[in-house]
Design a protein around this ligand. Structure first.
Ligand code: ADP
Length: 170
């Protein structure tokens, strides 16, 4: 089964998919952007599971480039997969960590048996990664990662982000 990559412009919290990816921070305790929106619309069950993860497996937080799943609470999905993108750096190449977010999220999706997964443009908000480069890394990594996921949907918040991903998809 090959994986189809699709693009939509919109709010990821309005999407229906088996799994929605959250651009989390390592605390797993919420933040702004996608993270804030997911917790707001998904309700307290997601934060409760995140707290439990902090109290067990991830006492020091979720490392950058890794991914972990929780319930999706009230969202139209079965799971939220939280992943921590790297902060953009002009002096250090952190591309491998951004690629890892996509690979690890797909690995977790496969473990769960998810067939459809929606990604935001990880690291391109508060973490300041240039949109064109983030789109390149996201699309290349998904294309090169073997997975049983049937649809990978990138959900881009605005027209500029959508155009950057569309250009990469060709
Ligand atoms: P990061 O900290 O990884 O940079 P952000 O959440 O700040 O994560 O931003 C990641 C990207 O998601 C940005 O391009 C931002 O415009 C976009 N974004 C913000 N809110 C939403 C949303 N509700 N749905 C989809 N994308 C969103």
């Amino acid at each position: 089964m090959s994986t189809t990559i699709t693009l939509v412009q919109g709010d990821i919290t309005r999407q229906r998919a088996d799994a929605l990816v959250n651009a989390a921070n390592s605390s797993l305790l919420g933040g702004g952007g996608v993270d804030g929106a997911i917790h707001r619309r998904g309700g307290p069950a997601i934060l409760a599971e995140c707290r439990a993860l902090r109290a067990s497996r991830y006492g020091k937080g979720l490392p950058t480039g890794r991914a972990v799943a929780t319930t999706a609470g009230d969202l139209d999905a079965r799971w939220v997969i939280h992943t921590v993108g790297p902060v953009w750096s002009a002096s250090e190449d952190r591309s491998e960590l951004l690629a890892s977010c996509h690979r690890e999220s797909l690995r977790v999706a496969d473990e769960l048996g998810a067939r459809t997964i929606a990604f935001p443009a990880i690291s391109t908000g508060v973490y300041r990664w240039p949109m064109d480069d983030a789109a390149r890394i996201a699309v290349e990594t998904v294309r090169n990662t073997p997975t049983a996921v049937e649809e990978v949907r990138f959900v881009l918040f605005d027209e500029r982000a959508h155009a950057a991903f569309a250009a990469r998809l060709g």
